[in-house]
Design a protein around this ligand. Structure first.
Ligand code: URA
Length: 239
């Protein structure tokens, strides 16, 4: 895939895009032995890109972070208007190509996996993998057995969305529940509960497959996955 050279350098954690542009302008970067110019593109997989004559490694190291997403940030790598979850990371981790594996809405909190491993993320999110995600939810109104039944049989919403069977376990306070989803359609829980006349007031993801939100992480905090978490995640994703 052809990309701007500054983007490749930044994704490899070598420099920010702006710094990479300065390196290119200074004639320090070459593609297949020919000095690069600002605006040039290259294919990181195919071309040999060098900085000061030294090849940059073909791929940045794989990185897997657990983030406790706070409300107010979008689950994206870039957004023209709104702050993204990547803004919670230090500069060196902003440049290694991390992206959220599965989205949470801007006002949703909880477990978000950030990785630059596209294969693992893709497998993990494939509905046929049956990697469950659980959420704590608080609604307006009171949940009851009819809601549990509707979730478990698979709902078709007024807007045409066909949902796979999902879990709804009502907690001690009947406006709270644990929802278990096997898929992740746009605003899915909010749409399912709105269609039951019980709009969501608060939503937090607790688990994703074998990963559990670390209770030691405060909102906005993150940590690398442990070896055990990595092994369990690979097993769940089948990689
Ligand atoms: N369902 C939603 O409605 N929002 C989320 O962020 C996650 C699941």
């Amino acid at each position: 895939m052809e990309e701007r050279i500054q983007k490749i350098l930044s994704r490899h954690g070598i420099a920010s895009r702006r710094q990479a542009e300065a390196m290119i302008a200074a004639g320090r970067v070459a593609v297949n032995g020919v000095a690069a110019h600002l605006g040039d593109t290259a294919d990181a997989e195919q071309d040999e890109i060098t900085l000061d004559g030294h090849p940059i490694s073909q791929a940045p190291p794989k990185c897997y972070l657990m983030l406790h997403k706070p409300a107010g940030l979008v689950s994206a790598t870039e957004d023209p208007k709104q702050p993204t979850v990547l803004e919670l990371l230090p500069d060196h981790l902003k440049r290694v190509g991390l992206f959220p594996a599965g989205r949470l809405d801007k006002d949703t909190e909880g477990l978000l996996l950030l990785t630059n491993d596209g294969v693992l993320a893709h497998r993990l999110l494939a509905p046929r993998r049956h990697v469950d995600k659980t959420y704590f939810v608080q609604v307006e109104g009171q949940l009851d057995e009819t809601d549990v039944e509707a979730f478990s049989t698979g709902m078709t919403l007024g807007d045409g969305l066909v949902c796979m069977p999902a879990g709804l376990e009502v907690l001690g306070q009947p406006d709270t529940a644990i929802v278990t989803l096997r898929e992740g359609k746009y605003h899915q829980i909010k749409r399912m509960l709105a269609s039951r006349g019980k709009p969501v007031r608060y939503l937090k993801r607790l688990t994703m497959g074998p990963l559990k939100l670390d209770p030691a992480l405060k909102r906005g905090e993150w940590r690398p996955l442990t070896e055990e978490e990595m092994a369990a995640l690979r097993l769940a994703a089948g990689v």
